[in-house]
Design a protein around this ligand. Sequence first.
Ligand code: ADP
Length: 218
Amino acid sequence: MKKQFAVIGLGRFGGSICKSLVEEGMEVLAIDENEEKVNEFASLATQAVIADTTDEKALRGLGIRNFDHVIVAIGDNIQASILTTLMLVEMNVKHITVKAQNDYHEKVLNRLGADEIVHPERDIGIRIAHSVVSKNVLDYLELSDEYSIVELGAGTTLHGETIVGLDLRAKYGCNILAVKRGDNIHVSPRPEEKIANGDILIVIGADDDINRLENQWI
Ligand code: ADP
């Protein structure tokens, strides 16, 4: 059976999650207190309903307990986000993801027992900062406090070098996960693979090591 999702709050964040889930073929109940928003998603989502999710009766009436995963994407109204999350936890919803507006909000959501808390504005800010600080960093994904995956542009300097020749593992403790060339992606490239102009290397490693690599290498 298909996994059933409910998305509460159809702003930019919730709306884009809703669209992507539908594109992935999931069943999605789209919920917002704003009628215009609900109308916008009526033909896209499996079902779209107007409801104020801080109203326990309304929330229960949606049968929200039976969904596999509920995403709370209420934006600025932190109070509504907290109340909604609290009720979802009390109803024993299987998996709850909540968008946090700031660190205090995140703390409260953690205490309430949300399964996953996301901080899209902060996270995208970190990614953009990394890519503007170093011209070679094209994208950045934080795996933990210590480890990340980065996309590094090979530029012209590395043209013709082999992966084994670069020896990133010994020199920087980093590993090349994949090489992007145009529309193709070579996962687990062979050691003798040659790097070409314009290739993008996807590298995993400790942040300190990646920083050393960015500063000294390309
Ligand atoms: P974003 O930053 O993702 O665009 P917004 O603040 O614009 O976030 O959107 C949040 C959405 O959540 C709005 O469409 C708003 O109507 C909806 N929303 C806010 N409070 C509630 C609530 N109590 N119940 C249902 N939907 C809500």
